[in-house]
Design a protein around this ligand. Structure first.
Ligand SMILES: C[S@@+](CC[C@H](N)C(=O)[O-])C[C@H]1O[C@@H](n2cnc3c(N)ncnc32)[C@H](O)[C@@H]1O
Length: 331
């Protein structure tokens, strides 16, 4: 089954995602590619564990979904997302039996190591989401990335590494076969938590429940008679940096359109928070009492994050710059 970010709860529960098999071990695979690992690996258990697969490539997602369906693996959830927000926000603490990473992108160029997945913050997050006895299983052909991952695990202070043979299934993936054909071997490490730090979920990452939900970010304002957004210029706002999340949020306000019903306008914003990117619409709609409501629209299934709240704030501040008077801020 394919799930979008807005289909999840934050955090979610195995009993909701796998209602027929809630008690089975829960395995996460990061970057599953065309999905060859899981059918092989699941077959080594008497009962297929519950599977959560995360991948950023949409083409890979469709291929893997077909493969898992053909293999009859129904207790499997696939999603097209960057791994970190999914693990941080969706997976509960102490839930996973294993996190599998096969042949991660090595980002070999100098200065690109910050794009690598297996860095110390990932290991801390993984240690928080793994249950006692769980492990991160890394298989890679890349010598330098392997050494890098071992050093980062050590630097995380919460993992010890065991160097062992990879599971046979990890040598059946598309990339395993590609490197095997080139005569290259594979390294394998099991990273076992030595502590389970409490890496918290983002407390306000949530999906609006219904149209009237008062916690959907909004503002109530009056607009001047002369209001004319035709002079709108794209602009960017940044903020929300904390010690835990130094990247904070970036909001790019892209455009403002007249709504077709001519009862207001729609602002289009691009919101970036770490690896999570959302495109959101913010309606600016006239109300019976003559005021206007600027409010996050449901279109596209937005997730309410600090950055999405800030997008509504950015629209409101822009409207103030156009002469609007704010009566109420709900963001
Ligand atoms: C080298 S391929 C390996 C694919 C597969 N595991 C295999 O062994 O054939 C790395 C995969 O990781 C995916 N990927 C890269 N960064 C990711 C991220 N942040 N979250 C999820 N998947 C990611 C890529 O789209 C790609 O499919």
């Amino acid at each position: 089954m394919i799930s979008r970010l807005s289909d999840f709860r934050f955090p979610d529960a195995a009993s909701r995602l796998y209602p027929d098999t809630p008690g089975r071990p829960w395995v996460l695979e990061v970057g599953f590619g065309d999905g060859r690992f899981w059918p092989h690996f699941a077959a080594t258990f008497p009962e297929a564990p519950n599977y959560l697969g995360v991948e950023i490539s949409g083409v890979s997602l469709l291929k893997a979904n077909r493969r898992l369906r053909q293999a009859g693996l129904t207790n499997a959830v696939l999603t097209k997302l960057p791994a970190l927000p999914l693990v941080r926000e969706v997976v509960p603490q102490g839930a996973l039996a294993a996190i599998v990473v096969n042949f991660p992108d090595p980002w070999p160029k100098a200065g690109h190591t910050e794009h690598r997945l297996l860095r110390a913050p990932f290991f801390q997050l993984a240690a928080s989401r793994l249950k006692p006895g769980g492990a991160v299983l890394l298989t890679t052909d890349h010598d330098e990335y392997f050494e890098f991952a071992l050093a980062e695990a050590e630097a995380s202070g919460v993992m010890r590494a065991e160097l062992t043979q990879p599971p046979a299934a990890a040598l059946e993936t598309k990339y395993a076969l590609k490197w095997r054909d080139l005569g290259l071997g594979a390294h394998h490490a099991r990273f076992i938590p030595t502590a389970h730090p409490a890496v918290p979920h983002g407390t306000i990452l949530r999906f609006p429940d219904h149209e009237e939900d008062p916690t959907v970010p909004h503002a109530v304002l009056t607009l001047p008679e002369t209001f004319d957004p035709s002079e709108f210029r794209k602009h960017t706002a940044r903020g929300g940096q904390t010690r835990e999340d130094p990247s904070g949020w970036t909001v790019v306000l892209l455009d403002v359109y007249r709504s077709l019903k001519k009862d207001g306008w729609v602002a289009l914003a691009h919101v970036v928070e770490g690896e999570l990117t959302q495109e959101v619409l913010i309606g600016i709609t006239g109300r019976e009492d003559g005021t206007f409501l600027a409010r996050l629209a449901r279109f596209g299934g937005p997730i309410i994050t600090p950055g999405v709240k800030a997008a509504v704030g950015t629209v409101t501040v822009w409207l103030e710059g156009q002469g609007a008077q704010v009566r109420h801020r709900g963001y």
